[in-house]
Ligand binder design. Structure first.
Ligand SMILES: [Zn+2]
Length: 121
C-alpha cells in the first residue's frame, strides 16, 4: 500500500487505540524504510537493511516500532501488523508462536490487557 495522509492518520489512531488496550506507553513509530535507516546504528543493529523485507519490526529496547506500510496489501493486514508490533511491546517474553498469535487475535477482537509487570524474584 501507498502511504497517504489518510493512512498516516489512520495508523496514528490505531496506535493510540491499541496502546491503550494493551496498557503500554505509546511507542514512537516509523512508517518508511528511510526513517529506519535514519535511526542511529545502535538502535537498528541487525535489523536495519533487512527492515524493508518485513511487514513490521519492533525495536523493543528503544520502544520504537516500524510499520512497513508498503508491505501490506490490505487495510486489515496493516491493522494486524500494528497490533502484532504492539503485542511485542506488551508481551516482551513471548516469541512468535501460538501464544503470541492468540494475543494478537484477542487484541483485534477488542480485549484489553493490564500493564505488564516484570516479576521480581
Ligand atoms: Zn513479530
Amino acid at each position: 500500500m501507498r502511504l497517504t495522509p489518510e493512512i498516516t492518520s489512520w495508523i496514528e489512531e490505531l496506535v493510540i487505540q491499541y496502546s491503550m488496550q494493551l496498557s503500554i506507553r505509546k511507542p514512537k513509530y516509523l512508517l518508511k524504510v528511510r526513517d529506519v535507516l535514519a535511526l542511529p546504528l545502535e538502535i537498528t543493529r541487525g535489523r536495519r537493511t533487512s527492515a524493508y523485507r518485513y511487514q513490521g519490526v519492533t525495536y523493543l529496547k528503544h520502544w520504537i516500532v516500524f510499520i512497513n506500510v508498503r508491505r501490506s496489501r490490505t487495510l486489515y493486514e496493516l491493522k494486524q501488523t500494528v497490533v502484532h508490533e504492539l503485542v511485542h511491546l506488551r508481551f516482551p517474553y513471548l516469541s512468535h508462536g501460538d501464544g503470541f498469535r492468540k494475543k494478537v487475535e484477542a487484541v483485534m477482537l477488542g480485549r484489553s490487557f493490564r500493564a505488564y509487570r516484570r516479576r521480581v524474584p
